[in-house]
Ligand binder design. Structure first.
Ligand code: NAP
Length: 287
């Protein structure tokens, strides 16, 4: 058996085209283009690539680019001032603080400086609370992209057993929340989970987001399962994920690395940003 590959580039392209159409309509109605602000602190090479890709995709969709690059020596106050300045600009629809931050900066405190109406990464306490309650709000990009890929592949989430490997605020935990909201029975595993294999091999939907290359092998996977690989690792042989290639011989669906979840993260960032722009024009009533 060889799994169906869910091509994130195809799903992301369709999503980005829809967003570009909404941006054009926004400009037609309101007379200005909404902006996406990206804030990069320091010179982490991977973060520089991620931010560049986000800015390029945003510009292609018609957003105005508000980028701020602060030195690694920037103080917490410097970063806070930058966020507050961007938050006060009515043409900035969304603000993204690229993670990780250099040591010494309080990530949680800085994320809280982003107004929930512009929190296009869905990481403020209010956004995460709304996710937990299932009320309307901006959702974290990578987990939302995962759900969109499952929908695209025609996988009916309701009633499935879903296992998420990883419980981070950015990926694992919100992915589990979204799967739960869609009617899956969800198990979250983490670094203290005993016998990971016995947990993952019960999953109809397996989301691998541990950040450990090749953690998930064929023996971890139930035959026919949908396996979503979130991991990204740079190796001598290029990018690899948390899931070994052998899994494609057992699973029903797999996502490639690169070209799987990564493109969806960017596509969702853009759809969150146009939604935030539309809501801000409508008075930001719902978020
Ligand atoms: P993270 O904050 O380091 O979280 C990793 C999670 O995995 C933690 O909850 C950790 O458990 C758990 N874990 C570690 N070892 C484990 C093990 N042996 N078995 C089960 N769980 C284990 O990482 P993250 O930010 O969530 O990112 C995860 C991966 O996704 C990374 O490779 C990252 O580069 C990638 N990523 C990709 C995208 C994309 O767009 N494709 C976006 C974001 C992140 P504890 O909580 O117990 O420590």
């Amino acid at each position: 058996m060889s799994a169906i590959v869910i091509d994130g580039r195809v799903v992301a392209r369709a999503s980005r085209d829809k967003t570009a159409e909404r941006v054009r309509e926004f400009v037609r109605v309101n007379g200005f283009a909404p902006g996406l602000a990206t804030i990069l602190v320091g010179g982490d090479p991977a973060s520089e690539v991620y931010v560049r890709n986000k800015r390029t995709a945003a510009a292609e969709a018609g957003f105005v680019d508000f980028h701020r690059h602060l030195e690694a020596t920037a103080s917490e106050r410097d970063v806070e001032r930058t966020i507050v300045e961007l938050a006060a600009d009515d043409t900035v629809a969304g603000i993204l603080l690229q993670l990780p931050l250099p040591d010494g900066l309080d990530r949680s405190a800085l994320i809280e400086c982003i107004p929930p109406t512009k929190d296009v990464d869905g990481l403020t306490t209010l956004s995460q609370g709304r996710l937990a309650r299932g009320t309307v709000g901006l959702r974290p990009c990578t987990p939302s992209g995962i759900i969109e890929m499952l929908d695209f592949a025609g996988i009916d989430i309701a009633g499935t057993n879903a296992v998420v490997v990883g419980r981070s605020e950015l990926v694992g935990h919100p992915a589990a929340e979204l799967l739960l909201r869609r009617g899956a029975t969800v198990t979250i595993s983490h670094s203290q989970t005993r016998d990971l294999r016995s947990v993952t091999s019960r999953a109809d939907i397996l989301v691998a987001a541990a950040g450990i290359p090749g953690l998930i092998g064929a023996g971890h996977v139930k035959p026919g399962a949908a396996v979503i690989d979130v991991g990204i690792h740079r190796t001598e042989n290029g990018l690899v994920g948390d899931v070994l290639p052998e899994v494609a011989e057992v699973a029903g669906w797999v996502t490639p690395v690169p070209g799987g979840v990564g493109p969806m993260t960017i596509a969702t960032l853009l759809s969150n940003t146009i939604w935030a722009a539309e809501l801000s024009i409508a008075g930001g009533a719902s978020i």
